[in-house]
Design a protein. Structure first.
Length: 453
């Protein structure tokens, strides 16, 4: 018998679509709903805010979830795979017809289609590893640790997952078309066009109970938690059954055919043809909800502290990197300044050397000027050979080059293969100017590429 508190189940909210809701699933964070409006919607489990909309080209018949992905079976002949939290479509698994059902386990994705196939896909590479031989359309799938269950017509076939051979077949009465399968640790629950949900022992495969509904009911969905079994019916009801003795607890009236039911052990969920997802809170789970809420707040607080700590560490890291960068720039600047100082010192040294050379050159020039002036003062006509003995080779060369280009008032005399130059009677400053011109010519020659006369 059911207690009064067990019958107290309150609807707390509704989540809306634009067409039939065909499947509802829940994990620790989100509620996922698949609809004929060509979307899968993701809702926050605690605030019921809409988090994401996964858009498709055609209606979505079914969904499955694991830790990383959402799998949506659609009428555009594919199962689309979406990454959780980023909500990006990462790939798709093709069929040749409408994909009616999709279920997953740790290694594989199982899909059934109206192309009369059941395909098994490897999660590592999204490739087909096997196609099961089925004659006709498989209406429903379920997978647990050891077996795959397929429902078609009045039969449920159970396939061993180690080799995918059929280990047994459960047969229902005529006209009992299978619509849905649910399996827990002890029992197999099968529902469909028959008003009863038939319960079979998982080990012996013998019928152990029937969960009766009204004569006009079609059972679209079955799901359970550790205490209750939920059934979703075509006559707009969610029926709650006690798992321990299969007794009926209560029924919840909905304004549409109930196509999907789910329980997370805290709340009940339904999806129906009235375009709504409903969320119910059983009073008997109040204590569990409080514990879950306390745990959630604790996790949120912990997460907040972790984020604050991460932010603090990131800020410390940023400051250290900034200091490191500044130190690097400072060292580079010091190195640059040192190199610049060294370059300045080098340039200064070169300037000093050039200055010294120029001073030596100037000194030599002055010596040459003095020598030539002294010679020119002694005589109006001087044998050039005497001058050649006094001057160095470069000066001789420059002087001779100059002598051959002297103007008419500074004539050249050649006699007996000896070269003479004659100085006319001029004032002293004119002589000095002539000498300066001579030396200027010499310097120009010395800087040129000419090495010989």
């Amino acid at each position: 018998m059911s207690s009064i508190i067990e019958k107290r189940i309150y609807q707390i909210t509704t989540l809306k679509h634009k067409d039939d809701v065909n499947r509802v699933l829940v994990d620790e964070q989100y509620i996922y709903s698949a609809s004929s409006d060509k979307t899968v919607k993701v809702w926050d489990k605690f605030t019921f805010d809409e988090v994401a909309i996964l858009s498709h080209k055609k209606q979505v018949n079914d969904i499955a979830i694991d830790d990383n992905y959402i799998y949506s079976a659609t009428n555009d002949a594919r199962v689309s795979i979406w990454e959780k939290n980023s909500w990006e479509n990462v790939t798709s698994l093709p069929h040749d017809g409408f994909v009616e059902r999709v279920v997953v386990d740790g290694n594989f994705v199982y899909t059934s289609s109206d192309d009369f196939s059941v395909r098994i896909w490897d999660k590592k590479n999204w490739k087909v590893v096997l196609g099961l031989r089925v004659s006709g359309e498989v209406n429903t799938l379920f997978v647990d640790k050891d077996f795959l269950y397929t429902g078609k017509g009045t039969k449920v076939k159970i396939w061993a997952k180690d080799n995918f051979d059929v280990v047994t077949t459960i047969k229902l009465p005529m006209f009992s078309a299978v619509r849905t399968i649910y399996v827990d640790e002890d029992f197999i629950y099968i529902g469909g066009s028959e008003k009863n949900v038939r319960v079979f022992d998982k080990n012996s495969k013998k019928l152990v109970a029937k969960l009766p509904h009204s004569a006009i009911s079609i059972v679209y969905s079955i799901y359970g938690d550790d205490q209750y079994i939920l059934t979703g019916l075509s006559d707009n009801k969610v029926v709650v059954w006690k798992k321990s003795d299969f007794s009926k607890v209560t029924s919840l009236s909905i304004s549409g055919q109930v196509k999907s039911v789910f329980s997370d052990g805290i709340r009940f969920y339904s999806g129906s043809s009235d375009k709504k997802v409903r969320v119910f809170e059983p009073a008997i789970y109040e204590e569990k909800r409080k514990k879950q809420e306390a745990k959630r707040k604790e996790q949120e607080f912990k997460k907040k502290k972790e984020l604050e700590e991460k932010k603090r560490k990131d800020e410390e890291k940023r400051k250290k990197e900034e200091e490191k960068k500044k130190e690097k720039l400072r060292k580079e600047q010091m190195k640059k300044e040192k190199e610049e100082a060294k370059e300045r010192e080098k340039q200064e040294k070169k300037r000093e050397e050039r200055k010294k050379k120029e001073e030596e050159k100037e000194k030599k020039r002055e010596e040459r000027i003095t020598t030539i002036r002294n010679i020119l003062k002694k005589s109006d006509s001087i044998e050039i050979n005497l001058l050649m003995e006094i001057l160095d080779f470069s000066t001789k060369a420059a002087l001779l080059k100059f002598l051959y280009n002297l103007p008419e008032d500074f004539p050249i005399i050649i006699k007996d293969d000896k070269v003479f130059f004659s100085t006319p009677n001029k004032k002293e400053k004119e002589v000095h100017k002539a000498i300066d011109d001579l030396l200027k010519k010499y310097e120009e020659w010395e800087q040129s590429d000419v090495s010989k006369i």
